[in-house]
Design a binder for this molecule. Structure first.
Ligand code: G6P
Length: 368
């Protein structure tokens, strides 16, 4: 029957809250004790993955941000050189395809015109094969790719993508571990990440329990016209995704920067009217991020930091800190997506916009 909000005020909120279940569903049957089952990508996957020397990832919108996160993972854990590009650029340029390159598309709908055109273009260019990570069974992208891995997000109705994104990230970690295995990834890392994946739905549930705190924070944004999101490493794409969510549904102008680029331009924009949102998991880049945050504070910027409960970051005048449960570094980008989704959602509700159907946007862009 017709999709129902099941008591939630908006589909977007329902879909944010479904993330523990749909992430568990995306992992279901794809893990053994200590490994990812490579045949989750199909019976042809194992021989094909053995030939892969590099990867091109192509997507649009939120799916593109998932690809950007995957680049950090694929290079760090699997040692596979990876390039990520938006489909609308890729399909119109002269692309050099080195031997042994795997072509990967990411798409919630499997019907995005530019992504589909990119796949068709890629077929003529000597890739070792194509893989689609997609949420809609039987979609064009799924039918036309050599390998597929379905995200199990279920129907996503809200135009602003939420659960499709986090399940794509889970699928991309499965890809990273599968390729890592073939390429001799450190087994201790592999086992640790597999165990952390199993614990992820429960951790996501703990982040959802912070919703009330995030809703209170959102009141500080409703009157603002601009916002700046900062992240480093694999959290730079998460900052991009946070900014995209805020733009899409609250119509507040938002930009994201890798925190180290702040001093090369955006710092000039920072004042008390420009809230700065930062994701600060407790990884090796935290100290660098802390000094970036001081640069913002010194210019009177109001800071909102989502930090690991183990990060030694204190609240002070102009610095609000919201603590997230500790998570394995490898999976932090998934967990830190949630507070940014909730923040945008609550800001949009305060502003009274049409959360599920933002102006000028479509769920699936099937024409160029
Ligand atoms: C549209 C949607 C976005 C989505 C993008 C790519 O712009 O509004 O939420 O991320 O298309 O869609 P896809 O279905 O290919 O992931």
């Amino acid at each position: 029957g017709a999709a129902s909000k099941e008591g939630y005020r908006h589909f977007m909120l329902k879909e944010i809250y479904e993330q523990p279940q749909v992430i568990a569903a995306t992992l279901e049957g794809r893990l053994s004790d200590r490994h990812v089952l490579v045949n989750s990508f199909g019976t042809e996957a194992e021989p094909l993955f053995g030939q892969v020397r590099q990867i091109h990832v192509i997507a649009c919108g939120t799916s593109y941000h998932a690809g950007m996160v995957a680049r950090y993972w694929l290079e760090k854990y699997a040692g596979v050189p990876t390039q990520v590009e938006v489909a609308s650029e890729y399909r119109y340029r002269e692309v050099v395809v080195p031997d042994g390159t795997l072509f990967v598309t990411l798409s919630q709908s499997g019907e995005t015109a530019d992504t589909l055109a990119a796949l068709r273009f890629a077929k003529e260019r000597g890739y070792v094969g194509s893989l689609a990570i997609c949420n809609v069974p039987g979609s064009s992208l799924v039918r036309e790719s050599d390998l597929t891995l379905m995200t199990q997000a279920g129907p996503e109705i809200g135009v602003a993508s939420t659960k499709a994104f986090t399940t794509q990230l889970v699928a991309l970690m499965l890809l990273t571990l599968s390729l890592g295995r073939v390429r001799g990834m450190d087994e201790a890392d592999e086992t640790r990440i597999v165990q952390s994946l199993r614990a992820l739905p429960r951790l996501i549930g703990q982040v959802l329990a912070l919703d009330g705190d995030i809703e209170r924070l959102s009141t500080e944004f409703a009157e603002k016209h601009h916002a700046l999101f900062l992240g480093r490493g694999a959290h730079f794409p998460i900052a991009l995704e946070g900014a995209l969510k805020l733009k899409e549904i609250s119509y507040i102008h938002a930009e994201a920067y890798p925190a180290g680029e702040l001093k090369h331009g955006p710092l000039a924009l920072v004042d008390s009217e420009m809230p700065v949102i930062s994701v600060a998991p407790n990884d090796e880049l935290l100290d660098k991020l802390k000094s970036n945050l001081q640069e913002v504070r010194a210019r009177g910027g109001e800071l909102f930091v989502f930090a690991d409960e183990q990060a030694n970051l204190k609240e002070s005048e102009g610095v609000r800190v919201l603590r997230l449960p500790h998570v394995d570094d490898a999976l932090a980008p998934i967990l830190y997506t949630l507070p940014l989704q909730l923040l945008s959602y609550h800001v949009a509700v305060l502003k009274g916009t049409d959360v599920d159907q933002p102006r000028n946007l479509a769920k699936s862009v099937t024409v160029e």
